[in-house]
Write a protein that binds this ligand. Structure first.
Ligand code: ZN
Length: 307
């Protein structure tokens, strides 16, 4: 019998990964209202914004105003994703609780995404780590396309481990490594293999998994992670967002669906599902279209009265 973790920590990435992949503009006030509502659901980690160049991601051009405008709930960790030293300095200026840095496991995706080779990104990561270290700001290192690349297809497990090793050599060291299935190419067997390899190579390091539900395998992939004892996951309220490579495709795995499944499995998250559903409805209003979240449509599981 599998020993599942008793507790799981969810990082809500809807305000960042979700909104930046939405076509429409969500006004600053609505972004603030959404983050404030999320902070009152019991969620302990919220990826609130990204500090990227406004031309690269116009949806995040108001990141500093958003952070200045939110009400910081004590005990909630508000993070920002940054692509370079300039972004790291903005994150420090905004007094974020944590930062995510990122690079791709595959060379072509990294070049398309940040116009740098993986080696250049690793050098940039050290520069960012130093800035964050001086500010005593912890960071998570995200490896994108860890389960497959839209340009190269399969990414060798060895390649992912090599990038993880390089990231774990940064000074200061990232608080955790997140493996990202950026375009929804993972499957449970691959998740089992890659997480198993990571745990064998880097015992004691915290691993986090970031799945997109692009092809419907999201929660199955979470289950594979749970069976390996992984306790950190990213998800997005309502399943907000999309995929920049496939117009119309769904985004991150849905937070309410994940919370609903975990709670039904007897795994605690500290999150109030009803409050979370209210946030998902709010997000649905703000983006102005139906979101893919399934619990959002069906409601939480209820016990029907016996006949
Ligand atoms: Zn993502």
């Amino acid at each position: 019998m599998t020993n599942y973790p008793t507790q799981v920590s969810i990082r809500e990435v809807g305000p960042r990964d979700g909104l930046q992949n939405e076509a429409g503009w969500v006004p600053t006030g609505q972004k603030i209202a959404l983050i404030n509502a999320l902070a009152n659901t019991g969620l302990k980690r919220i990826e609130a914004v990204s500090f990227v160049h406004p031309k690269a991601i116009p949806q995040m051009r108001d990141a500093a105003e958003v952070i200045a405008g939110i009400e910081r709930v004590p005990g909630v960790n508000y993070s920002a994703i940054v692509p370079n030293a300039a972004g790291a300095r903005r994150a420090v200026a905004a007094a974020m609780d944590e930062v995510e840095i990122f690079l791709s496991a595959s060379e072509s995706h990294n070049r398309k995404n940040v116009r740098m080779s993986v080696a250049e990104s690793l050098a940039a990561a050290q520069e960012i780590a130093q800035i964050l270290g001086e500010a005593k700001m912890p960071f998570d290192a995200v490896i994108s396309t860890a389960f497959g690349c839209p340009y190269e297809g399969d990414v060798p497990v060895e390649r992912v481990m090599w990038v993880a090793e390089k990231l774990l050599e940064l000074t200061p060291t990232p608080v955790r490594i997140t493996l990202g299935d950026t375009t929804g190419m993972a499957n449970p067997v691959l998740v089992d293999r890659i997480t198993g390899e990571f745990q064998a190579r880097f015992p004691g390091r915290t691993l986090s998994l970031h799945f997109h539900n692009t092809r419907g395998s999201g929660l199955a992939n979470v289950l594979a992670g749970l069976q390996r004892g992984v306790t950190h996951y990213d998800s997005s309220l309502g399943g907000l967002g999309g995929c920049p490579y496939a117009p119309g495709a769904t985004g991150n795995i849905t937070t309410e669906d994940l919370v609903n499944m975990l709670h039904d499995m007897g795994i605690s998250t500290g999150i109030d599902l009803e409050k979370l559903l209210e946030c998902a409805r709010l997000a649905q209003d703000y983006v102005g279209h139906e979101l893919p979240g399934q619990v959002l449509k069906a409601g939480p599981r209820t016990r029907l009265a016996p006949f």
